[in-house]
Design a protein around this ligand. Structure first.
Ligand code: ATP
Ligand code: MG
Length: 323
């Protein structure tokens, strides 16, 4: 089975990216043919600074490797190294109804937050559909916010197939219930563009400051507290085992424990959890030539597959000389 997923280099990765997506990448590379890419074309809708985008892309690759992505098992590449992607995007664009894109949450949410919307942000789901369809992907591990975009991808593939004959494979999304929507320090979905993130490799002092600023209700120290509606508890669950989770839930309900103590527990658990990855990251960052080799090799493999599928698509709709 082909697994595919992308992650934007719009900033450093955060706990939501890890538990929603990256952790699944690492689990799935063991038994599946995995393709993972750094979505720099998508990030171009947010970052208009060439140096920064390039830098972010390299940092993203280092982060993924440090977190356990293994280039011997999975193919890691940069989206813009496979130019076939934009050919397929155009072809899909010609069969995409505007109403389909108008319904997409990522666009609606960003627009509501006052983030200026351009054609790139609006048509982002079409580029994402091309990302998935270009490699005959079966499974797309994502966080909850991306389920709708995978649905759009299925719609477009189906529409293409019904117009031009069976050509594209319909993918399924894979979302982990336990970490589908990790909250940020304001209690909303943690997201690079909402400035509410705690980064995986955050400086420990800054991390503590951010954890301490997580929004909670106004319950006093003595008050019993509800773990199920608390962002601090939701974050603690990501790092703790079942027993530790049950213990904290019980202390919440009993009262007598302040949010400060729970926050300290989140901070400590996160430092311990990502400790080994922090060490690996330092070694990887010192070796850019190996990093460039990994990305070049990944791009080569991805492009080989992408070219095959694009040929099939072009032949089906009468483009190029292969009809
Ligand atoms: P941006 O704000 O630039 O869109 P982002 O933080 O939403 O950035 P993406 O690169 O869009 O990150 O998403 C990468 C992956 O991480 C996707 O699979 C997405 O579903 C997942 N993801 C992002 N935020 C969360 C979250 N808070 N909880 C769970 N999964 C998440
Ligand atoms: Mg996003």
């Amino acid at each position: 089975m082909r697994v595919l997923s992308g992650i934007q280099p719009t900033g450093r990765f955060h706990w939501g990216n890890y538990f929603g997506a990256i952790k699944q990448y690492i689990d799935l590379q063991e038994n599946e043919q995995a393709f993972y890419f750094i979505a720099d074309l998508h990030a171009l809708t947010t970052i208009r600074d060439g140096k920064r985008l390039h830098q972010n892309t390299m940092e993203a690759a280092i982060d993924l490797l440090a977190l356990g992505l293994d280039p011997q098992k999975a193919t890691l590449f940069r989206q813009s190294d496979v130019p076939e992607i934009t050919d397929l995007t155009w072809i899909l664009m010609t069969i995409t109804q505007l109403s389909l894109l108008e319904k997409c949450h990522a666009y609606k949410d960003k627009k509501e937050k006052g983030i200026a919307a351009d054609a790139g942000l609006f048509t982002y789901p079409v580029l994402m559909a091309a990302d998935i369809l270009l490699y005959d992907s079966d499974l797309v591990p994502v966080g909850q916010d991306q389920i709708q975009h995978v649905e759009v991808t299925r719609d477009l593939a189906q529409r293409f197939n019904s117009l031009f004959g069976e050509t594209l494979i319909l993918p399924e999304s894979r979302v982990l219930d336990t970490s589908a929507k990790v909250p940020g320090i304001d209690g909303e979905k943690m997201s690079k563009s909402y400035k509410n993130v705690i980064e995986i490799f955050e400086d420990p002092k800054k991390q503590r400051k951010k954890v301490m600023s997580i929004k909670t209700d106004s319950a006093t120290l003595e008050d019993p507290k509800n773990p199920d509606t608390c962002a601090v508890y939701a974050l603690y669950k990501l790092f703790a085992n079942d027993e530790q989770q049950a213990e904290l839930a019980q202390r919440y309900r009993a009262g007598g424990m302040g949010y400060g103590e729970a926050k300290q527990a989140v901070h400590d658990a996160a430092l311990e959890y990502f400790g080994p990855a922090r060490e690996r990251r330092e070694q990887l960052a010192a070796d850019t030539s190996t990093l460039n080799d990994i990305l070049a090799e990944g791009a080569h493999k991805a492009r080989e597959k992408g070219k095959q599928v694009l040929d099939r698509v072009q032949a089906a709709c009468g483009l190029g000389s292969k009809h």
